[in-house]
Write a protein that binds this ligand. Structure first.
Ligand code: HEC
Length: 160
């Protein structure tokens, strides 16, 4: 009698421990996913996985950007060695070094006002067009560059 009573108590304690452990693990998991959800929101304005937006961006790019930045995002020949030439938008360029909000500003305001040669598109492209063309550009980067750019956005304080 005594032995089986001790056994029952033992099983009970073990059962409570397992339930408690599973419960704590669940709590931890749900806290983690809410953190990543917040980071996800701060991680940027561009949506390189949105197929419709990327398709629109590809059209905008061909029409408005390719003549300078190259049909394959390769930049103007010799852009590395001479100022004023349009740089590459692929992984070899420095577009991905900038957080989303700066890229949007770049396209909207251009650099003519600050002495560069990149035209401003704020008057001819809608905000959706601008987000689309930059999302298209990001969709062409390899996964490791996209991840690096996500981190740059996160460091920019969620301003995207
Ligand atoms: C007339 C040529 C020209 C056209 C057209 C043009 N760009 Fe540019 N772009 C430039 C130049 C040149 C620079 C480098 C900055 C400078 O020298 O002023 C630049 C820089 C940029 C940058 C910053 C890149 C970096 O590495 O910092 C982005 C982003 C950009 N362009 C996006 C676009 C997009 C998107 C389009 C199309 C909507 C476009 N550009 C059309 C010439 C052009």
């Amino acid at each position: 009698m005594k032995v089986s009573g001790a056994l029952t108590t033992g099983f009970l304690i073990a059962g409570i421990a397992v339930v408690g452990w599973v419960w704590m693990d669940r709590m931890r998991a749900s806290r983690m996913s809410s953190v990543t959800a917040v980071q996800g929101r701060g991680a940027g304005l561009l949506r390189p996985d949105d197929a419709a937006l990327v398709a629109l961006g590809e059209k905008v790019y061909a029409r408005a950007c390719a003549n300078c930045h190259g049909a394959n995002l390769e930049g103007q020949a010799g852009w590395r060695n001479r100022r004023g030439l349009a740089p590459a938008h692929d992984e070899s360029g420095h577009t991905w070094h900038h957080p989303d909000y700066l890229l949007v500003q770049f396209v909207r305001d251009g650099t003519v006002r600050i002495g560069g040669t990149m035209p401003a598109f704020g008057g001819t492209l809608s905000e959706r067009d601008i987000l689309a063309v930059l999302s298209f550009i990001k969709s062409r980067w390899p996964a490791r560059i996209r991840e690096a750019h996500d981190s740059i956005n996160a460091r920019a304080g969620g301003r995207g």
